[in-house]
Ligand binder design. Sequence first.
Ligand SMILES: Cc1ncc(COP(=O)(O)O)c(C=O)c1O
Length: 450
Amino acid sequence: MAFELEKTKKIIERDAEVYPGFARMPYYPLAVARGHGAILEDFDGNEFIDLLSSASALNTGHAHPRIVNAIKEQAEKYITYTAAYMYSEPLVKYAEALIGVTPGDYEKKVAYGNCGSDANDGAIKLARAYTGRKKIVSFIGAYHGSTYGALSLSAISLNMRRKIGPLLGEIEHIEYPDCYRCRYGKEPASCGLECLGALKKAMTTYMPPEDIAAVIIEPIQGDGGLIVPPNRYMKALFEMCREHGILFVSEEVQQGFGRTGKWFGIEHFDVVPDMLILGKSIGSGVPLSAIVGRKEIMDSMDAPAHLFTMSGNAMACAAAHETLEVIKDEKLIEKSANLGDYAKERFQALMEEYEIIGDVRGLGLSIGVDLVKDRKGKEGNREAAAKICYRCWEKGVIIIFLGDGVLRFQPPLVITREEIDKAIDVIEESMKEYMAGDIPDEILETAKGW
Ligand SMILES: Cc1ncc(COP(=O)(O)O)c(C=O)c1O
């Protein structure tokens, strides 16, 4: 290892004494001391290009001066006062702005929470209350969060579900459309949306469609391996929902707010959701979540069905409002689209050269680089991914992997082209070192991942 890690190691030793293991999936020893733009610095003064954005929660980058100022200004006035009993101007101002950028030419309202997980719980409640139906359809491979509702929707890790049941009932998981590993052996030209067949079959055999309140879908399945569904699939699913009075809910916690080169991931598909679930990047790192939905859905529950003391926290709403303005003023959505295309081209060029890359996919700056044991079998190469991510960290690039070996490329949208070039050069070097057998097995002890 080329750099000092003395101070970082001390933090990690202290951490082991007080922080439980269930709350972290480690990749390498990084403790952030400061950050600006797309650059992070650890406690020993080592610098890194950030390709993770704190799990896609910092689309505007680290410590954006305008957002820092907005937080300071609001904090100096008052940090928050609960909207459960009183009224709040920052909450209203942000809701108005948010409604202005969300898809759907209909009247909307905004509910707030503190994290993506609670927004998923809220969406389940609203869907059930509005429709009077109980069942919710979600997807295998999805991660929606850690509260009971959100984890009941999730189907990505047995450890999330072990020991703690019973979970929320009446949730039906179906397969997410995965064209790279199509279970039906189809190519785009021969695809007849066979993967939607299970839901169709369910609706005619054991799950009456009139019992289904909502389908909750990520526009790109994030933690499941950055899987992009075909446009036709989303449209067909949406039409099935419309036909049976089922709400179509886009879960944008990870893919929203410019990440995919549009405000919301679902805008890449020709459908208009009934509700959006938002979190992570909306507050640029200040905890905030939101559900934006049709007015009539949002008016379907009675107080106090879904509120938190900190819902719509004034400081978080000020940060979120400035985040929205920064995204507009700095044209971060266009930037995400353009830099995303550029990065994808660079990864595709690497794919031509290195057999280990089986697939490159994504929208905007939400890109997955799927590492495989061999291109024919397409089995994920977890060991390669773990070693390459670890070596990248040693060389000053922060990237993690998802699933069985998908490199997660989700830098802050403020990243420069030069930083992208430098980071992809490091990924290539690390890949070569992996293939030459130069990355020791010991690192697998640390790089555990999902
Ligand atoms: C798609 C998606 N939904 C929900 C969540 C949960 O958000 P939070 O951790 O803020 O509760 C995550 C977090 O990774 C996510 O990726």
